[in-house]
Design a protein around this ligand. Sequence first.
Ligand SMILES: Nc1ncnc2c1ncn2[C@@H]1O[C@H](COP(=O)(O)OP(=O)(O)OP(=O)(O)O)[C@@H](O)[C@H]1O
Ligand SMILES: [Mg+2]
Length: 233
Amino acid sequence: MAKLITLRDVYKIYGEGLESEVRALDGVSLDIERGEFVAVVGQSGSGKSTMMNVLGCLDIPTRGEYFLDGTDVQELTDKELSRIRNKQIGFIFQQYNLIQSLTVLENVELPLIYQGINADDRYDMAMAALERVGLAGRVKHKPAEMSGGQQQRVAIARAIATKPPIIMADEPTGALDSRTGQEVLKFLQQLNREGSTVILITHDNGIAATARRVVRLQDGKIVEDHGQEVDWL
Ligand SMILES: Nc1ncnc2c1ncn2[C@@H]1O[C@H](COP(=O)(O)OP(=O)(O)OP(=O)(O)O)[C@@H](O)[C@H]1O
Ligand SMILES: [Mg+2]
């Protein structure tokens, strides 16, 4: 079986050839197997979000190959890419990215509407996800009426409602206090134990240390890749 994710010599270059050229990804090769929990760590500007955007099919590399589940991503149409984003990947971001005018339930249901899921199933899936994150009692609230940790749990419910096989989280604990952040991390680990592949982006070495495998980026290059063989959980 093909690896879940294979990046081969991937470059993302902004302003190529100009004096201001930035190599956000500078020849990155990486394999990720199904079921892994990988932390991508590095300083601000090292290329972490760029890597997540490429892995999440939100951005296209300047050069290089990306195979997702054996499929050459470069050959997909925009429609196919958006289908992969919707079905295969649950995204979680630092700033939650909730829509303030919608209720908690509506926020979780929104991507399900885009996927054409009917109203009954949508409700059931959204409620099941909100129950998982312990927010079934708050579904009529608006994001502004919730704490940061609760808002991130809403965002997690939104990410997992369709049970995507891959979770990609870009600094999911960045706006949270350390205890709330730990809860979010534990939840990601729980999802991983249940079979999800988790890719966690963080600038925090302590948070990265909770992952079985740590990939370190520096100036767009992978400078360390630790723990592939180690299973200490
Ligand atoms: N649209 C863009 N145009 C030009 N340069 C960009 C663009 N997006 C990102 N960059 C540059 O690419 C490099 C990597 O950015 P990226 O956002 O991936 O870093 P990061 O590791 O996620 O940083 P942070 O920890 O601050 O989120 C940075 O130098 C950034 O300025
Ligand atoms: Mg970033």
